[in-house]
Structures are given as structure tokens and as C-alpha cells.
Design a protein around this ligand. Structure first.
Ligand code: SAM
Ligand code: SF4
Length: 446
């Protein structure tokens, strides 16, 4: 590659999970520290980072179509941007990307992006650079202090996964489970609040596996961390995602459940994926929990916090899934009455055990099951919203609406709420929920 002028502006495009959104923000903060500024709206950036997701095939393929678009736009403008591929596709397919996409200068894995500035120097000299090492904690230590502004912020507390569900690439792309140190997290939360955050969502692939030592050197789990963060003045709301059922059946898990009944700032919302309602499928997925065990866990959360809203993840069409097994998934949706859910067609991922299992399900069967599942989920989501009508709650204003005098924000149960009135972004205002749609509610300032 020819040497190029060092980039002055950047754009990060993040795909996939909230942890990628967090990583994308951290890359931006790191680049800003090195004098590279975000490109203005509508302006071509000198450096484009595609922060990719490998969880399903469609998500992974997006990277190649995006690279093609960037190359074409660069030709038209007479100035090609420097292209970096980050995230889980970079980790899993780094060499393939370099071979298949000559326009890519940098491939950097999710645990190595703190070394981007060095890689940019090498790219400016015409070298192509790849770094897919996994020094997870070193990354956090090397990143600059938070600069991000905004009422609602993400904070990664835990990374990686040791669970090895048979369909999933995360243990291979994000590495083993690690917990960031307690003191670093309290300091980062404090910075976010100083910069205007009123809500923090703690993130992890298995966030409830987080463990550490508190300020007195005592072992503690996520509940202990949440109790400490709740003492930060100005922080009004705490959320966490994604939890794994198996990490709830420990002392730390029990303490987290108890925290829902004791910590006012901990929002009444739990994202707890179950994936399937069939014990045979769960076993083949290596989930190590049963449908019944999951339902008992939900009961314990409801006992601690009766109004808790529940959400989950589901996969339809796992290899060998029969119609009766799929119906068991519909039944669990009816039993839990979720407020929201994510549901996916099974996507065989290279290198995972399920990709070579017998009984791969035909695409049309998966399509049909997904439609039925989503209709059932939508029914319960709408019912949950309708049951909220008449409640008065605080709404955290996140943006103003399309029409003047309209505000949009989130209820404690993570519902989107819009109302008419004047409020500033970041205000917590009391709103009475007045009308329920399937995906949002209309409120009236109380
Ligand atoms: N660790 C979390 C858990 O196990 O509950 C989930 C993290 S994963 C990044 C997010 C979701 O993607 C999973 O809950 C699962 O529903 C979905 N997913 C993962 N691998 C998939 C695959 N191969 N095909 C379809 N969906 C998949
Ligand atoms: Fe993937 Fe399972 Fe780990 Fe979740 S627990 S990240 S689904 S391997």
C-alpha cells in the first residue's frame, strides 16, 4: 500500500450488541486523544472503522458490502478513506479479510483496539496491520478517561464467555470471562456522571458473572457493585445486561435478586435469555439450565420486585428442533409474558459444534416459526404496555421528538414514551402513561 497522510477525522460504524457500541465510543475517545476528530455530519471521514458483529451470518457478511461501498464512494470522491475492520469479524476472520479486501489497512480484534494509534502510524507508512491478541484487561488500562456526554451511558464491566453454548461464537471471538476491577468501574461511572449521565447500563456478555473486591477488600458480585454505584450523587438509574441464568444460582446471584427489592435506583427490568422452551434443545445447546429452572428464577425476581419487566433472547430452528419443541418455546413466552424480546433464526457459525450437527432445519421452516414466535412476543409486549396505562412514573428524556414540543424518553420498564411539553435532554420528569401502542406509549406530563 502507498503511504498516506495521517487521518484528521474518523467515523466508527458499530454493528451488533451494546458492547460493540461501548467499544466504538471508546475507540472514538482514544482517537480524539490522539488529535483525530469525529467527521462532521455528512462529511467523508479520513478513517472509517467498521466495528463488526459475527454472531449471525448476515451480520458478518455486512462488513464486505460496507467495504465495497466505501471503496466506490472513495473512487467517486477521488480520495479513499483508510479502512479499519474491528470487532468480532476481525477477530474470527482477520486473515480472510486481509486476503479478500485489499482496501482494508487495519484489522483489529475487540481486545486489542487500544493499540489503534500505533496501527494507524503503520498504516500511514503504507503497511497493513493486524492485531487480534486478547489482552482484555490491558485494553481497559490503556484507554483514556471517559469524555462521552449524554443522559444514558454504557459501561462494560465484564467481557468474554466460558459457557460455550454450541451455537455461539462469542467464547472464540471475545475470549474467556474477565471482570474489570471494582475501583476502575466506580471511577469510570463517576466520570460518566460528571459528564451528564443520569443512567448507566452495566454491560457484559454474562454481566451477572462479574465479581471483584470492593473498597474493603471483600469479595462481591454485581449486586454489591450496583449498591456502591447507587451511592453516586447525580446517578439516578442503573441497569445491566445481558445476564445468564446459570450465574443467578450463586450467592452473588441471590444478592443481585435481593438488590432488586432494595436499591431504588436499580430499574425494574431484567434481560434474561432462555433461547428455547424445550429441555432437549437446551441440552443440545449446552445451556445447562432447564425451562423449569428458568421459570423458578423468574418467580424469585418477581417476588423481590413484583413490577419487574422481563425480556429474553430466543433462537428458532436449532438443529433437530421439532414442531413440539418449538411449541414449548411458545409456551414459555406465554408463561413469562415478556415485556420485550429478541428472537433470531438459528445461524450456523463456522467452528461451533452446532454447525455440523444433524438435523439442520430448512429456511422456510425457520421463517415460519420465527413469524409465529414474533407474533406471540408482540402480543405480550402490547399487553404489557396496555397494563402500564394509568401508571405515573419518571421518564428520562433522551431526545426531542419530530414535532416541536415533543419529548421522547424511557420509563423505568425501558418502554419508549413520548409526551408533549418542554423538558431538557437528561431531565427525569413525572409522566402519566395514557395510551399504549405495541412499541411505545403516549404519556401526559403529571
Ligand atoms: N450471553 C448471553 C446469553 O447467553 O444469554 C447472550 C449473548 S449473544 C451475543 C446474544 C444472542 O444472540 C444470544 O442470546 C442468542 O439468542 C443469539 N445468538 C447467538 N448465536 C447465535 C446463532 N448462531 N444463531 C442465532 N442466534 C444466535
Ligand atoms: Fe454465547 Fe452462550 Fe456465552 Fe451467551 S452464554 S455469549 S450465548 S456462549
Amino acid at each position: 500500500m502507498k503511504p498516506v497522510a495521517p487521518p484528521q477525522t474518523y467515523r466508527v460504524k458499530s454493528f451488533g450488541c451494546q458492547m460493540n457500541v461501548y467499544d466504538g465510543e471508546r475507540m472514538g475517545e482514544l482517537l480524539a486523544e490522539h488529535g483525530i476528530q469525529p467527521a462532521a455530519e455528512g462529511e467523508e471521514a479520513d478513517l472509517v472503522i467498521l466495528n463488526t458483529c459475527h454472531i449471525r451470518e448476515k451480520a458478518a457478511e455486512k462488513v464486505y458490502s460496507d467495504i465495497g461501498r466505501l471503496v466506490a464512494a472513495g473512487k467517486e470522491a477521488g480520495k479513499a478513506p483508510l479502512i479499519a475492520v474491528a470487532g468480532c469479524v476481525a477477530q474470527a476472520e482477520g486473515e480472510e479479510i486481509m486476503a479478500r479486501a485489499p482496501a482494508v489497512s487495519i484489522v483489529v480484534g475487540p481486545q486489542a483496539y487500544h493499540r489503534l494509534p500505533d496501527m494507524l502510524d503503520r498504516a500511514a507508512n503504507g503497511e497493513r496491520a493486524t492485531d487480534t491478541d486478547m489482552p482484555a484487561i490491558a485494553k481497559f488500562d490503556a484507554l483514556p478517561a471517559r469524555r462521552r456526554r449524554g443522559p444514558s451511558a454504557f459501561l462494560t464491566v465484564q467481557e468474554g464467555c466460558d459457557k460455550f453454548c454450541t451455537y455461539c461464537v462469542v467464547p472464540y471471538t471475545r475470549g474467556a470471562e474477565i471482570s474489570r476491577p471494582f475501583a476502575h468501574l466506580v471511577a469510570e461511572a463517576q466520570k460518566l456522571v460528571e459528564a451528564g449521565a443520569r443512567e448507566i447500563t452495566l454491560l457484559g456478555q454474562n454481566v451477572n458473572a462479574w465479581e471483584g473486591e470492593d473498597e474493603k477488600g471483600r469479595r462481591t458480585g454485581l449486586g454489591g457493585l450496583i449498591r456502591t454505584l447507587a451511592r453516586i450523587d447525580g446517578l439516578e438509574r442503573i441497569r445491566y445486561t445481558t445476564s445468564h441464568p446459570n450465574d443467578m444460582d450463586t450467592d452473588a446471584g441471590r444478592d443481585l435478586i435481593a438488590a432488586h427489592g432494595e436499591v431504588d435506583k436499580l430499574m425494574p427490568y431484567l434481560h434474561l435469555p432462555v433461547q428455547s422452551g424445550s429441555d432437549r434443545v437446551l441440552k443440545a445447546m449446552n445451556r445447562q439450565h432447564t425451562a423449569e429452572g428458568y421459570l423458578r428464577l423468574i418467580e424469585r425476581f418477581r417476588a423481590a420486585r413484583p413490577d419487574i419487566a422481563l425480556s429474553g433472547d430466543f433462537i428458532v430452528g436449532f438443529p433437530g428442533e421439532t414442531e413440539a419443541e418449538f411449541e414449548a418455546t411458545l409456551s414459555i413466552v406465554d408463561e413469562v409474558r415478556y415485556a420485550a424480546c429478541f428472537s433470531f433464526k438459528y445461524s450456523p457459525r463456522p467452528g461451533t459444534p452446532a454447525a455440523t450437527m444433524d438435523g439442520q432445519i430448512a429456511a422456510e421452516v425457520m421463517d415460519e416459526r420465527l413469524q409465529r414466535l414474533q407474533a406471540r412476543i408482540g402480543h405480550h409486549q402490547h399487553a404489557f404496555n396496555r397494563a402500564s396505562v394509568g401508571r405515573t412514573c419518571d421518564v428520562l428524556v433522551e431526545r426531542t421528538g419530530r414535532h416541536p414540543g415533543q419529548c421522547l424518553g424511557k420509563s423505568p420498564w425501558l418502554q419508549s414514551v413520548w409526551f408533549e411539553g418542554t423538558a431538557a435532554i437528561g431531565d427525569l420528569v413525572p409522566v402519566t402513561l395514557a395510551e399504549a401502542g405495541p412499541n411505545s406509549l403516549k404519556g401526559v406530563l403529571a
